[in-house]
Ligand binder design. Sequence first.
Ligand code: CA
Ligand code: CA
Length: 155
Amino acid sequence: MRIASGILASLSIVVALSAIGAGSVVINEVELNPTGNATKWAELYNGGDEAVEISGWVVTIVNLPWSGMIVVPDETVIPAGGYYVAEGDPQWSQDYQGSVTLVDGMRMKVDESPLIVDDGDSDFTYGRYPNGLDTDQRTDWKLMKATPRAENALS
Ligand SMILES: [Ca+2]
Ligand SMILES: [Ca+2]
């Protein structure tokens, strides 16, 4: 019994640690309507103090009935304060709105954007401002010039 509860205790510590890690990653910026026929993308940002491995995490752009999935490749790590840009498929349709969800390797939801309508067909995007702001409100998101793999800034 003592051994079993020891293992259980270690397991709970591991679960708690990974939950903390996952909680520091947000969908930070979304380009649903790039200039011309360029590829849609979503930028992830790790606002925490520790690196987070995001291998196998899935970014999904949803504009029902359509949705497009981007699976993060193996051995992908976002360092503390770092970024990762998940790029969509160039064959995807050229519609310009949707919401974006992020789930981890266990398919647990990590973050979700509000419905974003980007009808500009330009290098403007919607992103969290100030960078990484996550209060679960629509006002976290602002229209801005694209800053892939860099801090969001109002133009
Ligand atoms: Ca755009
Ligand atoms: Ca950015």
